[in-house]
Design a protein around this ligand. Structure first.
Ligand SMILES: Nc1nc2c(c(=O)[nH]1)N[C@H]1C(S)=C(S)[C@@H](COP(=O)(O)OP(=O)(O)OC[C@H]3O[C@@H](n4cnc5c(=O)[nH]c(N)nc54)[C@H](O)[C@@H]3O)O[C@H]1N2
Ligand SMILES: Nc1nc2c(c(=O)[nH]1)N[C@H]1C(S)=C(S)[C@@H](COP(=O)(O)OP(=O)(O)OC[C@H]3O[C@@H](n4cnc5c(=O)[nH]c(N)nc54)[C@H](O)[C@@H]3O)O[C@H]1N2
Ligand code: SF4
Ligand SMILES: [Mo]
Length: 738
């Protein structure tokens, strides 16, 4: 007889980080539900959590490494796979140097401590300029803005939603996405509670989204023009004498520079370009200034555009000049228990950030936080010469579907001398790999969120242990990354990984602990791998036990002994202590941003394209990889093109019929859904589809493959400051399919 067990698990699928209760009987998953007494998510979940069962059981999920032989992927042992990597990768590095090896890291790595922490180590060991991640398809503008204004890339202010009276949301749809760069499970419930208290939610979006549906007001905006709306709101505040810095007065540098910078952006000029009337712009500015407690929040719609970094800047500028930054009910900074860059070092001052320490070889795009823009990867592989990318390791990333101009990238991947994918599927990207190294099921992994507590709606520390033990011989992903590190370092595929891990940890500890290193390492010896790094960081962190000096403080053992997590309270004001700028001030007008503003000014005169395409997210889908899970795949078609009735009529598109979407000679064919929710002149298609490529092994997804939006998007379009791809508001031609 097998015994029933209940396990605590933190959902690794999206940024809401919900606490789950997983019931098992032996190897079987009996049920997955929200954990009601989770201190952070209080029982909230979405349908994707339930699909963890399908993911765990998915016959297409890889359980053995694969090597490509004569164009076919065949299963091999772990030792064979790593021997092959050593045999083929080492000569490339020896002959062509470190830059010949590129690494890409994708979204799931942000949710897995093992991948995140050990990817960083591998990247350091490789020492290549060619580092690419989902960050430049997503949120790099936010990191750069946070870095320039507050001093570290994760100093991201989030709305204090349980205390706010007025929330302005631009380019985010948290009802569907469950929040991003703002860890806020049950946004809908929290928004409802806010409105019940008399608070107001306003949404700015080219589509009347699920979030707009639960808002008090929604304004359509032309894609890519938020910078004008935001600058005009600031212009109004200065013009009408509504600026008030409050408590931050002595901490803010650059107020006059900001005033001058936004002076040309009058509401009338902005209105022309962004499609929101001047009176509405003024009204929004006044409402924001008048609200006692208010926050402006902008997400991916305001990042994945050519003015991404400028938009992020002006969003926080609005929070600052209306006196709402770092105030209860405003935009506040979390205080993470571990891994916070703004909880270490000297409080109130730091090195700040610089970009462009190197640049991409072919077109000179600047490095940002050590990364090059994903839109530049294809040309770095294609273009011959010293420093050409000849080998690639992809880590939980599927750029063939998730990066603009996937077909070009796909072709480029075929020209590589060698490619390795760490992935759980043979999919659109990993099908190109010579060696595929599968990760464990999420239920076979421990979980601690490294990134998300840095921008959470409430402070907390939570850990979940694995639900199941991996099959015998299946390494954890951090072990695979460590073994790659050993190969790259020339230690060989059969290096002693335990010794290597001990040494890496001790080397890192020594930098801060000096001659206390042995004592510190002894204190954390019950943990291994990423867990050990978590224990180290927790204990040295702001709530930590300081390795015994503060016995009431946190360590991983205490957190692990508290299924449902440890609540660390509501957000508290953190200025000036959290600043890490060289000046020790909030930089309201950083020079690189001021220098980029003329580009936006010139854009005021630009005409909107006749038709622009934007993306969309849906509750039962997640980027490019959850379409193989039966429980999510069923139901209505999701990869449909939303078209306003007026545009549909003009273009001769009927509901349910097929349309062709074209740009630069690349075409996709998609079913049309006529929808009043769209702004005129804008169509919407979700990304991450197109599961009909040869060589992938995704049985369920291939039944209804959908079309890949990124076939028509354009790798030539990006934000020059952050390198972020433009994924929104790209001009396309749409017509009825012939
Ligand atoms: N047009 C358009 N394109 C977009 C976007 C958009 O809005 N519009 N959004 C962008 C955004 S925000 C993001 S974050 C990116 C995401 O793009 P990617 O970073 O490519 O991430 P995913 O699409 O989530 O694909 C994740 C990959 O990791 C694999 N995987 C899943 N779990 C694991 C695991 O535990 N271990 C390992 N080793 N592999 C795993 C999956 O099989 C898949 O290959 O897409 C971007 N692309
Ligand atoms: N169900 C589900 N949840 C997810 C994901 C998923 O694929 N599915 N992906 C996860 C990931 S990786 C991320 S990064 C987050 C993203 O989380 P969100 O940022 O909330 O993402 P979206 O739902 O795409 O919302 C972006 C909104 O921006 C709008 N928009 C597009 N262009 C513009 C513009 O120029 N200006 C303005 N103001 N709005 C614009 C779009 O219409 C859309 O409603 O979601 C995460 N959660
Ligand atoms: S919202 Fe859904 S996918 Fe996201 S963490 Fe919660 S349960 Fe998981
Ligand atoms: Mo993302």
């Amino acid at each position: 007889m097998t015994t029933a067990q209940t396990h605590y698990r933190i959902c690794p699928l999206c940024e809401a980080c919900c606490g789950l209760e997983v019931r098992t009987e032996g190897p079987k998953i009996v049920s997955i539900r929200g954990k009601d007494d989770d201190v952070f998510s209080h029982g909230f979940i979405c349908p994707k959590a339930v699909a963890l069962k399908d993911l765990h059981e998915d016959p297409d999920r890889l359980r053995q490494p694969l090597i490509k032989r004569n164009g076919q992927h065949v299963p091999v042992s772990w030792d064979e796979a790593f021997a092959e990597i050593e045999r083929r990768l080492s000569p490339i590095l020896a002959a062509h140097g470190r830059d010949a090896l590129a690494l890409t890291v994708g979204n799931p790595a942000a949710h897995k401590a093992g991948l995140l922490l050990y990817f960083a180590r591998l990247a350091r060991a490789v020492g290549s300029k060619n580092l690419y991640s989902a960050s430049t398809l997503d949120q790099m503008p936010k990191h750069l803005q946070a870095g320039l204004m507050f001093g570290t890339l994760f100093s991201i202010a989030v709305p204090d939603i349980t205390r706010t009276d007025f929330l302005l949301v631009l380019g985010a749809n948290p009802v569907a996405s469950n929040g991003s760069l703002w860890t806020v499970p049950d946004f809908r419930g929290k928004a409802k509670a806010m409105r019940a208290r008399g608070g107001k939610l306003v949404v700015i979006d080219p589509r009347r989204t699920e979030t707009a549906e639960v808002a008090d007001a929604h304004h359509f905006i032309r894609p890519g023009t938020d910078v004008h709306l935001l600058a005009a709101m600031l212009n109004t505040l200065f013009a009408e004498g509504l600026v008030r810095l409050g408590r931050l007065e002595p901490l803010v540098a650059g107020l006059d520079l900001l005033r001058d910078a936004v002076a040309p952006f009058t509401p009338e000029r902005a209105a022309e370009r962004c499609g929101i009337p001047a009176d509405t712009i003024r009204g929004l500015a006044r409402e924001l200034a008048a609200a006692e407690r208010a926050a402006v929040y902008g997400r991916i719609g305001t990042c994945t555009q050519s003015f991404g970094t400028l938009s992020q800047w002006l969003i926080d500028a609005l929070n600052i000049v209306t006196g709402h930054l770092d105030e209860p009910g405003g935009a506040m900074f979390s205080k993470p228990a571990a891994f916070g860059a703004n909880t270490t070092g000297t409080p109130g001052r730091g090195r700040g950030v610089v970009t462009g320490r190197h640049s991409s070889r072919v077109s000179g795009a600047p490095e940002v936080f050590g990364e090059l823009p994903m839109v530049k990867l294809a040309e770095e592989i294609e273009t011959p010469g010293a420093g050409q990318v000849r080998a690639l390791i992809t880590i939980a990333s599927n750029p063939v579907l998730s990066a603009p101009n996937g077909p070009r990238l796909s072709q480029a991947l075929d020209s590589l001398d060698f490619m390795v994918s760490l992935d759980i599927y043979l999919n659109e990207t990993s099908r190109h790999a010579d060696v595929v190294l599968p990760g464990v099921s999420p239920l076979e992994d421990s979980h601690y969120d490294v990134a998300f507590p840095q921008m959470s709606w409430r402070n907390h520390a939570r850990y979940s242990a694995p639900v199941f033990t991996p099959a015998a011989g299946q390494p954890a992903e951090w072990q695979n990354l460590l073994r790659l590190l050993a190969i790259v370092k020339g230690l060989g595929a059969n290096a002693d990984l335990q010794a290597l891990d001990d040494q890496l940890a001790a080397d890192e500890v020594r930098k801060v602990a000096g001659d206390q290193t042995d004592a510190v390492m002894a204190a954390v010896q019950r943990w291994q791998g990423p867990d050990r790094l978590i224990d180290l960081s927790l204990r040295a962190g702001p709530y930590g036990d300081a390795f015994g000096l503060k016995p009431e403080g946190l360590n991983l053992a205490k957190v692990a002994d508290a299924p449902g997590g440890i609540d660390l309270g509501e957000l508290q004001p953190r200025l000036p202590e959290m600043l890490r700028t060289p000046s020790g001030m909030v930089e309201l007008a950083p020079a690189p941003l001021l220098a980029d503003l003329p580009r936006a000014l010139a854009d005021l005169e630009t005409a909107a394209p006749a038709m622009a395409i934007i993306g969309r997210r849906e509750l039962r889908s997640n980027n490019s990889w959850m379409h193989n899970l039966p429980i999510l795949a069923k139901g209505p078609l999701r990869c449909t093109l939303l078209v306003h009735p007026h545009d549909a009529q003009r273009l001769g598109l009927a509901d349910g019929a097929l349309a062709e979407v074209r740009r630069d000679g690349r075409t996709i064919t998609v079913p049309v859904h006529v929808s009043e929710a769209m702004m005129r002149g804008v169509v919407s298609l979700p990304h991450g589809w197109g599961h009909d490529l040869q060589g992938a092994r995704l049985g369920v997804a291939a039944e209804r493959p959908g079309a890949n939006l990124n076939v028509v998007l354009d790798e030539a379009l990006f934000d020059p400051l952050s390198g972020n791809a433009v994924l929104s508001g790209v001009a396309v031609d749409v017509s009825a399919a012939s």
